[in-house]
Design a protein around this ligand. Structure first.
Ligand code: 3H9
Length: 708
């Protein structure tokens, strides 16, 4: 393996070049070499100054996150801080020259240098909070000394990147240079030597509050305490307080203590799991990274309804010319008008410039003529969720689209293989399941059909990155990964309502468990008609359990015109956007309970609601793994955290089952409900994989190793 550090010497300057692809992460090996190189530079009489810079696309993008795993106490901090000390205490000027991105431990290296220069296009940031930790290599103590406590708190708490000009303005950088990093660093070092400028240790500077007064700190503390699921937020405020009130070394000791506390928290373990799971999801077993891609220069979307117009917006935003096809002028106009209004809203909020919007709209070609699809490289159908209608559209695509075009369906439940056959080109066919609102939700489920060609899959995965989506591949089954698991969750929510819980109680219990929105509010937003029609489709296709009470509440809501928020009533009654409890819904649930012989209870514990909604969902996730529908446990977790509002601090349903609840508990509670509720429909039957893992004391994550 090549060395992550190269040492060059030029004009009395020692140039330390970091080269540790792909992102120049500060691994243990790199830190050891840096320490040695700095000791040599200190001892080398011919060395008058040092420049630290990196090869590749970016400066150092952080500590090696993989090395943050494991129980051993303090290993990373103990490797980092001696390097920081060596940089800072070198008796010769040390310049850091950055390009691309300088993140986390990478930026902390720069903060410990005496002078900082960066390319005007570069960005700097301390994103540790997004991993549930805090900058643990002196960042919380050095940044306030350079930019003041207020800016430092804002940068570290948000984890957001800052552009080079803003970083220069706040005093984080000393200079911008458009030269390559080595040349920029060398020129700066030579200027410093000419001027006789010496070392300038950051740790010796005073901390300026920058306007962060006691009231602002109290507020920051209160905000952090309000979100105890993310302990790093409070720890960051504590570190900034330490920087303001304690000497540098004492602040560093506090940072070190809190860093380790956060690193060992469930939250950080969950967030780090998701970081790698998200990246792993892009890699497909059996699909080499160099699989040739089909060029995508123009796309088509069929259907200008909610999904179609949301989908097309993604491509417009990426500057890809897009045809939006409808059958009726009125529907087309409505779709285009909606897209315009969405953009206007973005401009009003300052999120997009007029120029960007004009460029996006220039890419849009509304059309009523299927001939306009002839030169599209990818066409996605987003028509009504009805097998017959979708088959007809896919047949049309097979005839109209050019050879080699990728044909895709946005179905959320239907059999991709049946649609692929209808197109007559099953190798070109793939599922692209966007989530509503499709221009906002980051998840894309890519459904691999029986005959989907490898290059089609590879192309769609790459394209998903271009349009800013996180893609996860699912095999073909009812509902794919996400909606299949959702089914048991919604089933139990309806049963709980018939047994006596109110929509508000169910939602509150689920939201207290961490999900962004409870099932009743979610269905009211999505439209209870959409949900009920899915159950009707299941029935038509023989997929509905032989149980007349199955999801009976949502069916009844459709029959009574309670279509959700858009109708002003669904599981709740709506006063504007405000959901209000409605006695009519209680009456409706009582009547259904009577009809289906379901006993009602006065009190249902929140714990029961959470277990009955979430544990069958986990069980279904285990089945999905065992059937190979998902490649890996992390894929299931990415689907749920990115598409269904599952809390990231719990890592997703599989991580939560493995590491937060424990599989034996999940197994025992599922068995308990099978006993008390009966299991005629198999609702509580354990997944063999889950049962085996629970018995053997292993986890779903351990045993399922269908990895690249
Ligand atoms: C830290 O610094 C702690 C310190 O304060 C204190 C310590 C004591 N480590 O995202 P991509 C891999 S915490 C290890 O697809 P992009 C990634 O897994 C760290 N691996 O590329 C992937 O590998 P593979 C603070 C890392 O161009 C490959 O690089 N820093 C790391 O879309 C490409 O990644 C952060 O939180 C890492 N630090 O985006 C920054 N970073 O090819 C985290 C990346 O095998 N990283 N990898 O799947 C990022 O935000 C993005 O990766 C970045 C590039 C923006 C840099």
């Amino acid at each position: 393996m090549s060395s992550p550090l190269r040492i060059h010497r030029q004009a009395g300057v020692t140039l330390l070049e970091i080269d540790n692809p792909p992102v120049n992460a500060a691994s243990a090996a790199l830190l050891r070499q840096l320490r040695e190189a700095l000791a040599q530079a200190a001892a080398d009489a011919a060395c008058q100054a040092v420049v630290l810079y990196a090869a590749g696309r970016s400066f150092v993008c952080g500590a090696d996150i993989a090395e943050l795993q494991g129980p051993a106490a303090q290993p990373r901090v103990d490797l980092f801080n001696p390097v920081m000390d060596a940089l800072e205490s070198l008796p010769k000027p040390v310049v850091c020259a950055m390009h691309g991105m300088a993140l986390g431990g990478g930026l902390e290296l720069a903060l410990a240098c005496h002078y900082r220069v960066a390319h005007p296009d570069s960005q700097v940031g301390l994103p540790e909070v997004q991993l549930g930790i805090l900058p643990g290599a002196g960042g919380t103590q050095r940044l306030p000394r350079l930019v003041g406590a207020r800016h430092a708190l804002e940068m570290i708490s948000s984890g957001k990147r800052v552009g080079a000009q803003a970083a220069l303005d706040m005093g984080l950088l000393d200079r911008l240079s458009a030269d390559p990093p080595r040349a920029a660093g060398l020129a700066y070092a030579l200027d410093l030597l000419r001027e006789g400028a010496g070392p300038r240790p950051t740790c010796l500077r005073q901390v300026d509050s920058g306007g962060l007064d006691a009231a602002a700190l109290r507020q920051a503390r209160a905000d952090a305490e309000a979100r105890p699921q993310y302990p790093a937020r409070l720890a960051i405020v504590q570190c900034i307080e330490a920087a303001l009130t304690q000497p540098f070394r004492a602040g560093l000791a506090e940072e070190r203590r809190l860093f380790e506390q956060c690193r060992l928290s469930h939250t950080s373990q969950a967030l780090r799991h998701l970081f790698f799971a998200q990246r792993q999801a892009a890699k497909l077993p059996g699909l080499p990274a160099d699989t040739p891609l089909r060029p995508i220069r123009k796309i088509g979307v069929i259907g200008a309804g909610t999904m179609g117009r949301g989908i097309v917006t993604n491509f417009l935003g990426a500057g890809i010319p897009s045809v939006l096809l409808e059958t009726r002028q009125e529907a087309l106009d409505k779709g285009v008008e909606h897209i315009r209004r969405t953009y206007d809203g973005q401009v009003a909020k300052g999120r997009l410039s007029d120029e960007r919007v004009r460029a996006a709209l220039d890419c849009l070609r509304p059309s009523l003529d299927p001939a306009d699809l002839a030169d599209c490289d990818l066409v996605i159908e987003a028509v009504f969720e009805d097998m017959q209608i979708k088959q007809d559209v896919c047949r049309m695509l097979g005839v109209r689209c050019k050879p080699g075009a990728i044909l895709a369906s946005n179905t959320s439940t239907l059999d991709i293989d049946v649609l692929a056959q209808a197109s007559g080109r099953p190798a070109d066919f793939v599922g692209m399941h966007f989530f509503s609102p499709a221009n906002i939700m980051r998840l894309l489920e890519v459904v691999r059909g029986r005959e989907t060609a490898p290059d089609v899959l590879a192309t769609v995965m790459r394209l998903s990155k271009t349009i800013g989506k996180t893609a996860v591949v699912s095999g073909v089954c009812y509902g794919f990964i996400g909606n299949r698991m959702l089914e048991s969750y919604l089933r139990e929510a309806d049963f709980l309502l018939m047994e006596g819980a109110s929509p508000r109680q169910v939602d509150r219990a689920i939201e207290n468990a961490g999900l962004a929105m409870g099932p009743c509010r979610m269905l009211d937003m999505a439209g209870t008609d959409v949900a009920a029609r899915i159950v009707i489709e299941q029935e038509k296709n023989g997929l509905r359990p032989d149980d007349p009470a199955y999801r009976a509440v949502v069916g009844r809501l459709l029959e009574t015109g309670r279509l959700g928020q858009k109708a002003g009533k669904g599981y709740y009654r709506y006063e504007g956007r405000q959901a209000v409890d409605d006695p009519e819904v209680q009456a409706l649930c009582e009547e259904l309970a009577r009809r289906h012989g379901i006993a009602r209870r006065d009190r249902i514990a929140d714990q029961e609601i959470v277990e009955r909604c979430l544990y069958p969902l986990i069980n279904e996730g285990a089945r999905i793994l065992e059937e190979g529908i998902a490649y890996r446990p992390g894929d299931v977790d990415v689907v749920w955290t990115h598409g269904y509002g599952f809390p990231d601090y719990l890592g997703g349903p599989i991580f939560m089952a493995d590491h937060v609840i424990g599989l034996p508990v999940v197994r025992d509670r599922l068995t308990h409900y099978a006993d008390v509720k009966g299991n005629a429909q198999g609702y509580w039957t354990l997944s063999p994989l889950l049962e085996r893992c629970a018995a053997q004391g292993t986890t779903l994550s351990d045993t399922h190793t269908n990895r690249t």
